[in-house]
Design a protein around this ligand. Structure first.
Ligand code: SAM
Length: 210
């Protein structure tokens, strides 16, 4: 998926993926995934997700990565906090107490950039990427945060009914991407309320990677 596609989405305000409520799977499984007080949690492709604020409120330190700078600015405005902004490598770095958002391409993150990461929260990130980008994305994530547990939320639906994003990602593909020793059996698989884009029947699934 081209960067221009996402910049265009943000510019037009076509951000149907943005949830005003906290993701129920995050609330349900954060403890199980170790996204708890004092942990440093990476949120790739974070948008302006309020799930980051929920993580902050439970005492996590949050490290987001987002391509679109206006999304990052909107997140801090919603939070009511003025971040310090600097340039770090290929990224614009927005930083305030307990939260840093790197603005740039997720494929450029490294352990040197991020520092210690205890957990990864992936909602609408892996599934936002087309098939040919998913392998490099997971490879980058596993290299940049080698010790982290992941709470991963995916969709499964008939791809013929919607071109994506979000894309349908099968269990088989996840085992291929993360490896059978790291990917645990699904924590929960439930029908997506109202369907995808309000029309396509879909399952939403929560996974633990460790
Ligand atoms: C489907 S949205 C999900 C946002 C967020 N996770 C949420 O739950 O609201 C995908 C986000 O990833 C960002 N994005 C797309 N490609 C990216 C890339 N290569 N590096 C960093 N961010 C990217 C987009 O700008 C968009 O905000």
């Amino acid at each position: 998926m081209q960067h221009a596609f996402w910049h265009d989405k943000w510019e037009r305000g076509e951000i149907g993926f943005h949830q005003k409520d906290i993701n129920p799977f995050l609330i349900r499984f954060a403890d199980k995934a170790g996204l708890t007080d004092g942990k440093r949690v990476l949120v790739p492709l974070c948008g302006k997700s309020q799930d980051m604020t929920w993580l902050l409120q439970r005492g996590c330190e949050v490290v987001g990565v987002e391509l679109n700078e206006s999304a990052v600015q909107q997140y801090f405005a919603d939070l009511g906090v003025t971040p310090e902004v600097s340039i770090v490598g290929d990224f614009a770095c927005y930083k305030a107490t307990d939260i840093t958002i790197y603005c740039g391409d997720v494929l450029s993150i490294t352990t040197e950039l991020l520092g210690r990461i205890d957990g990864v929260y992936d909602r609408a990130a892996l599934v936002a990427l087309p098939a040919d980008m998913r392998r490099p994305y997971v490879k980058t994530l596993l290299a940049a945060a080698p010790d982290a547990h992941h709470l991963l939320i995916t969709f499964e639906y008939d791809q013929a009914l919607h071109s994506g994003p979000p894309f349908s990602v099968s269990e088989d593909e996840l085992f291929e991407l993360y490896g059978s020793t790291k990917l645990q059996p699904a924590l929960a698989r439930e029908p997506l309320e109202g369907g995808l884009k309000g029309k396509v029947p879909a399952m939403e699934t929560a996974w633990l990677v460790k």
